[in-house]
Design a protein around this ligand. Structure first.
Ligand SMILES: CSCC[C@H](NC=O)C(=O)O
Ligand SMILES: [Zn+2]
Ligand SMILES: [Zn+2]
Length: 412
């Protein structure tokens, strides 16, 4: 096979990095070999948790007194259901139209390789940045990043990088205009457990576990609808409202289901994925959960698992400014324009990425993936990216990387 940017992207996509057993060693060694072919690009592997390596690449800048820029992506992927795909999710099949099908094609192996291709390209033309450029490949983003970005950004090693600005993954755009994200929503897992009177399946009585839980589900559904309606009416973007979605239900005795269906269980449980925009008041939502979603009076208990930080050390919401107070913003915007791209109004990402850990440290960070005119297929079946889209992304990163790294104001 030829060695081109496209075949290299396909090679990277073919590593099975899906949870629950992502292969980290093979893709890291692949990336490391590629990086070593780029003149001046230094490589190191950091391990904050056994078998969860972080690959860090560094291109030293000519002015080491300036803060550095960091380009981050994650190594891992969510699982795929191969039988529901038109092409196997880890074959990286390219159609005659140039669509490359793979789990991770959009989320987010494209950007990991595009960073490298862009750097390699720039270096081949003798490019030397003023600011040092770091590229990080971190494990475990898809499961919350606790053993990945959380530990990396909290480390002495990270401190020593003196990072002034970060780019991380964003999301595809279905039209001709790129999207950029200045904040993420914070995920909470909510588990509601109901207990109640058990009894014969034929009996009508009050206060069964199922009835108690179902009342909660109704109340939560109303809340969900009211927030979704605001989005549907066009009065808010999806990232600006609180979302709550049921993700599992557990009740009854599974081994009896379908055979002996005449037991009203004494316990029932439901799990919800909640996302809070940085502007939301977490205490208000907690109060709502206590009072309305899981009132003890209806024999309900609850557990909230907060997945990662919501505020920085000053107590401020984790959001990066997109106005004149943040010079990185205008540099970023101009770089996109210079590469022939257009940028839409900055958004809050509906989901959650590792960028929250750097924002928590007070470092400005944008989420960006140079994917346009493409359906949003992250975590979906048949995730794909078109070759021309991918190649254009390399061009966009060349512009972004050279602009950001030549910003010489020492106060940032
Ligand atoms: C608990 S943090 C989970 C992070 C994950 N990131 C991408 O999909 C997400 O669900 O948004
Ligand atoms: Zn991702
Ligand atoms: Zn993802």
């Amino acid at each position: 096979e030829e060695d081109t940017p496209i075949t290299r992207f396909q090679q990277y996509l073919r590593f099975d990095t899906a949870h629950p057993n992502p292969n980290y060693t093979a893709p890291i060694s692949f990336l490391k070999t590629f990086a070593q072919s780029v003149p001046g690009l230094q490589t190191q592997i950091l391990e904050f948790t056994p078998n969860k390596p972080v690959l860090l690449l560094t291109l030293p800048g000519s002015n080491p007194s300036l803060s550095s820029i960091l380009l981050n992506s994650h190594l891992d992927s969510v699982p795929a259901e191969p039988s529901k795909w038109v092409h196997p999710p880890f074959a990286a099949h390219k159609t005659s139209d140039g669509e490359i099908f793979a789990r991770g094609a959009q989320d987010d192996k494209c950007i990991g390789m595009q960073y490298l291709e862009a750097l390699s390209n720039l270096r081949s033309k003798g490019f030397v940045p003023a600011r040092t450029i770091h590229v990080s490949y971190v494990p475990d983003e898809e499961i919350g990043g606790l053993d990945g970005a959380a530990k990396f950004t909290a480390s002495k090693e990270f401190e020593n990088l003196n990072v002034g600005f970060v780019l991380d993954e964003g999301q595809a755009s279905t039209n001709n205009v790129f999207r950029v994200f200045y904040a993420d929503r914070t995920p909470w897992n909510l588990i509601i457990r109901a207990s109640g009177t058990p009894g014969h399946g034929s009996k009508m009585f009050d206060n069964s576990a199922m009835e108690n839980l179902m009342k909660s589900v109704e109340v939560i559904s109303k809340f969900r609808e009211s927030h979704f309606d605001v989005v549907k009416a066009g009065n808010a973007m999806i990232g600006e409202v609180i979302s709550v979605n049921p993700v599992y239900l557990k009740a009854g005795i599974p081994s009896l289901a379908g055979f002996v269906m005449n037991m009203q269980p004494s316990e029932a449980e439901a799990g919800f994925d909640i996302r809070l925009p940085p502007t939301a008041d977490p205490d208000l939502l907690k109060k709502r959960i206590v009072d309305e979603w899981a009132p003890a009076a209806r024999n309900l208990t609850y557990q909230i698992i907060e997945k990662g930080p919501m505020r920085d050390h000053k107590g401020c919401p984790l959001a990066t400014a997109t106005d004149d107070s943040n010079p990185w913003w205008s540099i970023f915007k101009q770089a996109i324009t210079a590469a022939g791209g257009k940028l839409s109004k900055p958004e809050i990402l509906a989901s959650t990425t590792d960028a929250r850990y750097v924002r928590q440290k007070g470092i400005p960070a944008f989420g960006f993936s140079p994917i346009k005119n493409t359906p949003i297929l992250l975590h979906d079946h048949n995730e794909f990216l078109k070759d021309t889209n991918y190649l254009n992304g390399i061009k966009v990163y060349k512009s972004i990387i050279s602009s950001l790294s030549s910003f010489e104001d020492g106060s940032y």
